[in-house]
Write a new protein. Structure first.
Lengths: 622, 622
């Protein structure tokens, strides 16, 4: 049997240029324009999923394309057609052409690393007419809606079907709200302009939420609150203990966190003057314990070796089941977790900082109540969690306090001490960033040695400025350094405080070292270090480096990325692609369990020391 | 290129005989035994879905099969193996063999027509061990459960994940409850012996429920109750009116029916001494209005032309969403409906009577508050609904009453009247079946003519026995026939009552005629008429034929099938195959809309007459 030789002449290609940004792609003729634009990374808004029933994907075309489709005649005015406007989902490319995409048809937001991301939430709103029933087509309203939406597999729960029955009375068409093949709601009239979502970061101490306009990914309101579970104990362990010991503990913890989320929702919808029943989607990140408690799942297994989660997959539930005061059928998406002690917040950090897309090796350190580190690139990522202890929170520090009015948040030492106090008045205590600064500056001033020993006034090195020497005092029977000015309330850094900081930073640094060893990389290989978290992102990079909290890299490679976990939650909210990435991250990041690992204990002991000074010039390393 | 000729000698087949019933099948060698048994219609219980993880599908084999698998070594004792026992899901047929299936591995129930049906509910329970987590496998409990169940796509909601966390403490393994790929619950220990479901028929007037053991399809408790929505009006129209006019009407109607279902559940679990959290599945049938109200969906569109439903597809919801007091994550399955006025109850009737499997043309008539008729065979089915009016319920009849104590339910007339009164005492009124009997017997006695005119004592035909003649009286100013004996409370059948019955039976008969015309069949083609429904199945077939309620067929072709709708609900509960059939029925039965159809009005007028007597001998027809 003879086959005709494959002939190059039978395949013709066309070049498509997308304006205003000039992306250019070569595609076989016969390709649908919507497909070509997606391949060219030009994200044209198409809520109906290229079915030709929303009329949103208008573009201006000069070039050889297929004739006008009936859908286009319906959605474009005569003048628009005359001017060369088309619907991208209806147009087939027949030859070279130039396509101009108006700003209104483009949906772009920016991720935590400044990377552009297409706004494509999993929820879509489509305004349409449900054809009326008559004797000839006496099928149900839901069947007619399925036909109109061209979604034969459309599913619907009770709330959506209820809303459908009510919307049938509308004289102005209806707006269908879809999440994939699921009908979330049917609203009367055209409500496509109101489309909101919520992104939450549930921390052990603080809960932060953002109300997001799903059309453009913009945050229209932000609110934060203490996690009211704190009244049952400051840390994760105390909450697990309550759930273990009190039969009502789990439900109380769950109700508490749901109440906090609901109070934040109330504040945000008031701020933005939005309707809560126009909130269709919620994403949640948090450490594994907060994740389980928000879900209402017993966290007991997280409290004992081998510290495993009950569930780590992504979970999507109706808001009514979770108890959130938004549209009952809204989808609540629990971002997946990586391991028992590396939660959805870390997935959010990775998503937001884009380590999973990076060609170079990067390190992200998220320091809050716990410290999670992630190291790697698009090829391979490893992560670990370390109990930083309470030092950074101020609770084990003699004059420690939270980062609120009166807290020393920054310390500079030369001939004397310069403080930056929150609120600008006299200090009443010191918070975590101030603590790190104080130790780093005293170390640079030669008043703390490599082992962490604070000099007494007597054994301070020669040349110590008198003002500093004068600050070396005794406080509560231990050596201390007075930070506060004379005449104000006494705030010191004590020898014991320094020991506490050493424990905290040693745990984090030892974890990082295990990760670096696992990947076989050195400090010189680190293209970037991202400091994340409510606390982590406020740390002065030079101080962090001086005390040996992070590896010694040039300062321009250290970046504060803010609450990257929350940014990750927002990305998972506005982009189904980002959500798919989150699920991939959770499955592929390799968790390094540190507990009972000898190698870690050794690294930890070594990391208790402060780095020798001066630090080697990082640029000369490697 | 030369292909080897297809050689018959390369395909070997084996004959497998299944005992004790002797089914025999020929299959290619290499076929899995579980597959061969399914093809031979031998339903071997295999809750784990042939994954080799439940050990239930034990059979005894003599013949040539594959060697023992590791799963079999795990689930069969040494003695069982020595005796020749195997797991059917693990065994490959290599030659002729005889397979004996023990009763305990067979799951068979009977449908409404006595047809055998495999008990295969969509819910499965599997007792297993979740391998403990350790440092090497520190994946989540849910991941380990998925692996143990060999169901990588397992999904779970909040309640199931909660139960999983609690069950982790079990020392005796856990029992996973699955519906397809969805995890419903995880229970501590081995609870496979407790596996219940509920089947409900929600009538406009009466609600009936059955608690079913899902292992064998047996009803372990049955309970009935008035539909408490009745306080808002006896018929569907009055309920739609309430929902239309009162903003709280829909919710009140929904709450009422959910409360009725819950009170029936309470009675049934008490009767059977079962736990309500071991109820995993619920099926519901009902007319379209009851369906919508139980779902909480506004029935407004059913109340005005063209009388369409909001939704007609099958719907599956968690019990928590529907409000039923069973396991919250139990699945509630709303059997699909056919059209606005032909509901899920009719689907249940078809499923139960098996018309959809019939080679011959059959007619089913379900008479309750409304009358639905279905005509056809496996090839094609048509259905219609007719408003029978309130006559059969007794409300428009002078001495009419429900079928309760004191109601005349049967009437025989020869020289005088013989009554069958519910409760056995003197009559206080007449119910629907008594009404039909009375008219039929008076017609046979010559006291009612073809037009429905009741004789007066004066114009009664000659030869009328004196006792009967004496009963022709006046009641409330109209001609009447005294049914009750002298000296007891007066119960009559009046001329007006006869007119009411004529209207009711004419509507039903005219509907049947439209269906027969649509299929082009005559009375002689009707292989069977099934009388169904709370009321319909109590009608005496000869009386129904005499008054022309049903076509004139030999009496041995008329069958009372009881509450066939409820039997259908039970079948959809115990068999996923039956459920698939229900969905096919709902999609394919052709609804004949009768309203505003001239042909129907004409048929209706004609049907107002009573058939001429004597009826032609049906056996000689055609």
């Amino acid at each position: 049997m003879t086959m005709p030789p494959e002939s190059a002449s039978t395949i013709t290609t066309a070049t498509v240029v997308f304006q205003p940004d000039g992306q250019t792609i070569s595609v076989p003729t016969g390709t649908r324009l919507s497909r070509a634009s997606a391949d060219a990374n030009v994200h044209i808004d198409a809520p109906c999923g290229d079915r030709g029933i929303c009329g949103k994907c208008r573009v201006h075309i000069v070039g050889k394309v297929s004739p006008l489709s009936p859908a286009e005649s319906r959605y474009l005015s005569r003048q628009q057609i005359a001017e060369g406007w088309r619907l991208s989902c209806q147009t087939i490319i027949l030859g070279d052409c130039t396509v101009t995409v108006p700003r209104t048809s483009l949906q772009i937001a920016v991720d935590g690393a400044g990377r552009e991301i297409a706004v494509k939430p999993s929820v879509r709103k489509i305004h349409l007419e449900i054809p009326p029933a008559d004797i000839v087509d006496a099928t149900s309203a839901f069947s007619r809606l399925k036909t109109a939406l061209q979604t034969p597999n459309l599913r619907a729960g009770r709330a959506a079907l209820r809303s459908l029955a009510f919307a049938l009375k509308s004289v102005d068409g209806v707006t269908a709200v879809l999440a994939g093949d699921e009908l979330i709601a049917v609203e009367q009239g055209d409500t496509t302009a109101e489309q909101f979502g919520l992104a939450f970061d549930i921390g052990t101490t603080t809960v932060v939420g953002a109300l997001v306009d799903l059309r453009d990914g913009r945050e229209v309101a932000v609110a934060a609150s203490l996690n009211e579970q704190s009244r049952f104990g400051a840390d994760v362990i105390s909450r697990i203990k309550l759930a273990n010991e009190d039969p009502t503990g789990l439900d109380r913890l769950n109700e508490r966190i749901v109440a906090v989320l609901n109070s934040l929702i109330t504040r945000m919808v008031e701020q933005a003057d939005a309707r809560r029943d126009r909130i269709y989607e919620v994403t949640l990140v948090g450490n594994t314990c907060m994740h389980h408690l928000a879900l209402g799942v017993h966290p007991g297994s997280l409290g004992e070796a081998p510290y495993v989660a009950v569930v780590q997959d992504a979970i999507s539930l109706p808001a009514g089941e979770v108890g959130l005061d938004v549209l009952k059928s809204a989808r609540v998406y629990f971002v997946p977790i990586i391991a028992g002690h590396v939660g959805a917040d870390t997935v959010g950090v990775i998503l937001s900082t884009g380590i999973h897309h990076s060609d170079d090796i990067r390190l992200a350190v998220d320091i809050g109540t716990n410290g999670e580190s992630v190291l790697g690139s698009s090829t391979r990522m490893v992560a670990c969690s370390t109990a930083a202890g309470p030092a950074f929170e101020g609770t084990s520090i003699l004059h420690g306090m939270r980062a609120s009015d009166g807290a020393i948040q920054e310390v500079r030492i030369d001939d004397d001490v310069t403080l930056n106090v929150i609120g600008g008045s006299f200090p009443t205590g010191i918070c975590g960033t101030g603590l790190i600064d104080a130790v780093a500056e005293l170390r640079l001033a030669g008043l703390i040695d490599e082992n962490g020993r604070l000099c007494s006034r007597e054994d301070a090195p020669e040349g110590t400025p008198p003002a500093l020497r004068h600050r070396l005092i005794q406080d509560h029977g231990t050596r201390a350094f007075r930070l506060s000015p004379q005449g104000s309330m006494l705030v010191t850094l004590t020898q014991k405080d320094i020991r506490e900081l050493q424990l905290a930073k040693a745990a984090i640094f030892a974890g990082i070292q295990i990760l670096m060893r696992e990947l076989g990389v050195t400090e010189a290989d680190l293209a970037e270090i991202d400091l994340a978290g409510a606390f982590g992102s406020y740390i002065r990079p030079d101080s962090a480096r001086t005390i040996g909290l992070i590896p010694n890299v040039p300062l321009d490679r250290v970046r504060s990325v803010g609450n990257a976990a929350r940014v990750g939650a927002r990305l998972a909210l506005i982009s189904s692609e980002a959500r798919a990435e989150a699920e991939h991250i959770a499955r592929t990041v390799e968790h390094q369990e540190l507990f009972a690992r000898e190698e870690f204990m050794e690294a930890f002991s070594n990391a208790m020391l402060f780095p020798e000074l001066p630090l080697p010039d990082a640029d000369q390393l490697g």
